[in-house]
Write a protein that binds this ligand. Structure first.
Ligand SMILES: Cc1ncc(COP(=O)(O)O)c(C=O)c1O
Length: 299
């Protein structure tokens, strides 16, 4: 697989690309990141991703090593070096190297990394048939500084995703201590309840996804209202429709949860309409670019 790697502003051969064992990203997961994708070779909603990276860094108190505009140029240079038709891009900024100390003020200069990888398309059955999810305990604590930041510590999420896979499900849905639905291990959740599309509020500690924002915009253009509210596990099991959103997967219908069939077990009409409207938004090209800031709600 042909990866392109840029480390601290320089292109590096993937086999030679390495960071220090004292890098806090390695030692503590002390960093922030973004995952972007291209459509037709152009990065989707790049300014929203870059803004979110800036916000994530601010929330956890990481000083960016170079201005966001330069990071963006480096991403675009790495993209230009790739020969793949469509790619996914991982942009990582860690707090950098330091002594073995939790104290973040002991870190040196932040490390920055761009990895560009060919993007594998999603199987058509995903959208045609829908998927099963497993509800599992997890999610960031609302109010903690890292909540809402796309920060490096993904251990809880990756273990939940693994547990979901072990149970034969496609994604883990993280449920808080009061039984509230938060988000998927790597996605946001939407439920149709009483004919109304509902999704958890950003203040509930979720990551406000760029795709989530795109779905809000697609819904606005389609005349479909979306409510931000508290959702519980019972809402998932009783959902008329249920779908997940993420940059790499767009809008994925959920038709089973913890072995229970939701509604008639088929992807629902609102989910299909929103996915179609989202694809039109993508094709239109203007969403989340410098010139269009039609709003991601909340965050
Ligand atoms: C925890 C979490 N929530 C939500 C998302 C969806 O975000 P986006 O639509 O920006 O890809 C992701 C994506 O990886 C995620 O990791």
């Amino acid at each position: 697989m042909s990866h392109i790697v840029w480390l601290d502003g320089q292109q590096v051969a993937p086999s030679q690309a390495s960071v220090s064992v004292f890098d806090r990203g390695f030692l503590y997961g002390d960093g922030v990141f973004e995952v972007m994708r291209t459509y037709g070779g152009r990065v989707f909603a790049m300014s929203l991703h870059m803004e979110r990276l800036g916000r994530s860094a601010e929330r956890v108190g990481i000083a960016l090593p170079v201005p966001l505009a330069q990071l963006e140029r480096e991403v675009l240079e790495a993209l230009a070096a790739s020969e793949a038709d469509e790619v996914k891009i991982r942009l990582v900024v860690t707090r950098g190297e330091g002594p073995l100390s939790l104290d973040p003020t002991t870190a040196g200069k932040a490390t920055r990394l761009v990895i560009v990888t060919p993007l594998a398309g999603q199987p058509a059955e995903l959208y045609r048939d829908g998927v099963e999810v497993a509800l599992l305990p997890g999610g960031a604590l609302p109010g903690s500084p890292a909540a809402g930041a796309k920060a490096g510590n993904y251990l809880a999420n990756l273990l939940a995703a693994h547990e979901a896979t072990q149970r034969g499900a496609y994604e883990a849905i993280l449920v808080g201590p009061a039984g509230e639905l938060r988000e998927g291990a790597t996605s946001n959740v939407f439920v149709v309840r009483g004919g109304q599309v509902v999704t958890p509020r950003p203040e509930s500690g979720i990551l406000a996804g760029v795709t989530r924002a795109g779905v809000f915009e697609a819904a606005r253009r389609s005349g479909i209202a979306i409510l931000e509210d508290v959702l519980f596990a019972s809402d998932a099991y009783a959902a008329e429709e249920f779908f997940l959103t993420s940059s790499l997967r767009e809008v994925v219908p959920v038709v089973r949860a913890d072995g229970l069939t939701l509604a008639d077990g088929r992807p629902g009409p609102i989910t299909r309409r929103l996915h179609e409207a989202f694809r039109q938004l993508v094709q239109g090209g203007g969403f989340g670019t410098e010139d269009s800031h039609s709003g991601p709600p909340g965050d």
